[in-house]
Design a protein around this ligand. Structure first.
Ligand code: NDP
Length: 318
């Protein structure tokens, strides 16, 4: 069976390509620059890549760039979307590639009869910023949608890009009758396959690379293997539909530091919070739908250890 992965060289997508090849799929992975070895060597080295991986050049902002790639594919995994926090122009750097890019890919899928289902990598960022309070007793589930105005008022540009992209995707899928499923992961951790540093792994690297303070924030954490597998199950399980939140645990950075301290007593970890405010509370994310797909969730502790080991191995830790 032939499937397409957009943004195939990214952190999550590389794991997705790896697991798809292991399951016997033929994979067409899109990258913006197939001639850049940093984007392709790690993919070409995957088991099965020589026989069943095809790298194809495509940019989200080039209208129709995905037409030829998705034609002939039964499944399309749309993961490509910029994930950065330091942006100078959110509209052009984040929002346009996220929204126009998603509509571009879905548009190509709607043009061919070969595509049976599209899996879109959305985010928990498109779920939690609804304006409703989040406290330890609150269970956030797939019925929650982030409110673009709430994102704008917080200047949360990346969450805004993911919220607008998911909204546009559902509207388009309904209009065109596309079978679409979204996965909505929390902050993804675990080993890096690609040689470059991605934003979510950087959050852990910042803690172990000499920082004196940790952020006053509670994040939702999930292992990259679970995220990649959930994409595949959302495609393979015929009854899968709608959205799937993916979070093993919601934890404040103080808890992340405490776990790292236990795992690595000799690491120089930050001892105090960046401010004196009360800790931003944690909350819960429902696991029910993810479990119904077959996801069992690798514990946060394992994800943190895997991340640190990988960062060390790749010489990101000084
Ligand atoms: P990476 O930064 O590793 O990957 C981002 C990918 O997006 C890259 O492959 C990049 O392509 C591609 N991309 C960005 N802009 C464009 C563009 N204009 N045209 C074509 N491709 C583009 O990030 P992640 O693996 O972390 O993120 C992958 C997806 O998962 C994104 O949709 C992100 O929003 C989502 N996500 C990530 C989470 C996380 O914690 N990591 C959590 C929740 C959701 P190229 O290789 O060519 O540069």
């Amino acid at each position: 069976k032939v499937v397409c992965v957009t943004g195939g060289a990214g952190y999550i997508a590389s794991w997705l390509v790896k697991l798809l090849l292991e399951r016997g799929y033929t994979v067409k992975a899109t990258v913006r620059d197939p001639d850049n070895p940093k984007k392709t060597l790690h993919l070409r080295a995957l088991e099965g890549a020589l026989e069943r991986l095809h790298l194809v050049k495509a940019d989200l902002l080039h209208e129709g760039a995905f037409d030829a790639v998705v034609d002939g594919c039964e499944g399309v995994f749309h993961t490509a979307s910029p994930f950065y926090h330091a942006v100078s122009d959110p509209q052009t750097e984040l929002i346009e590639p996220a929204v126009k890019g998603t509509l571009n890919v879905l548009g190509s899928c709607a043009k061919t009869a070969s595509v049976k289902r599209v899996i879109v990598t959305s985010s928990i960022a498109a779920v939690v910023y609804s304006g409703r309070p989040r406290t330890p007793d609150v269970v956030v589930d797939e019925t929650w949608f982030s409110d673009p105005d709430v994102c704008r008022s917080m200047k949360a540009w990346y969450p805004l890009s993911k919220t607008l992209a998911e909204e546009a995707a559902w509207k388009f899928a309904k209009e065109k009758g596309l079978d679409m499923v979204t996965v909505n992961p929390g902050m993804v951790i675990g080993p890096l396959l690609q040689p470059t540093l991605n934003t979510s792994a950087e959050a852990i690297m910042n803690l172990i690379n000499g920082a004196t303070t940790f952020p006053n924030a509670s994040f939702t954490w999930v292992h990259v293997r679970d995220v990649a597998l959930a994409h595949i199950l959302a495609y393979e399980v015929s009854s899968a539909s709608g959205r799937y939140c993916l979070t093993e645990r919601v934890a404040h950075f103080s808890e992340i530091v405490a776990i790292l301290q236990q795992l690595y007593p000799n690491l120089p970890l930050p001892e105090k919070c960046v401010d004196d405010n009360p800790y931003v509370p944690t909350y819960q994310i429902s696991k029910e739908r993810a479990k119904s797909l077959g996801i069992e969730f690798i514990p946060l502790e394992v994800g943190l250890k895997d991340t640190v080991e990988s960062l060390k191995e790749k010489n990101f830790v000084s």
